[in-house]
Design a protein around this ligand. Structure first.
Ligand SMILES: [Zn+2]
Ligand SMILES: [Zn+2]
Length: 102
């Protein structure tokens, strides 16, 4: 019998409903780039009970060839920078850049 072990990093986006396959490095949706406020420290899931708010991508910064998304929690206002993953939707990222540059 095959045992199915679910990767705990997999998640369904609560903003757009996209299925995300976690790679252990990203915690935001690769389609709409929204995140969820679950980490206090990297790998620490303590905030799950205390917050769990959706985090809006409010800003994108380019650092060399790396992009940093700033996520702002809709519930508590916490702002957290996240590295953009290779699997992220680049069109969504560019849209976000355009909006913020107006
Ligand atoms: Zn999404
Ligand atoms: Zn929060």
């Amino acid at each position: 019998m095959k045992k199915f072990i679910k990767n705990k990093e997999d998640f369904t986006c609560e903003y757009c409903g996209a299925e995300n396959i976690g790679d252990g490095y990203t915690n935001h949706c690769s389609e709409c780039l929204w995140s969820k406020h679950v980490d206090i420290n990297p790998g620490d899931r303590q905030a799950l009970e205390s917050c769990g708010g959706l985090m809006e991508p409010v800003e994108v910064q380019a650092k060399g060839d790396t992009y940093i998304i700033k996520h702002k929690c809709q519930k508590c206002g916490h702002i957290k920078p996240n590295k953009v993953a290779k699997s992220d939707n680049f069109d969504t990222l560019l849209e976000l850049c355009k909006v913020r540059q107006k």
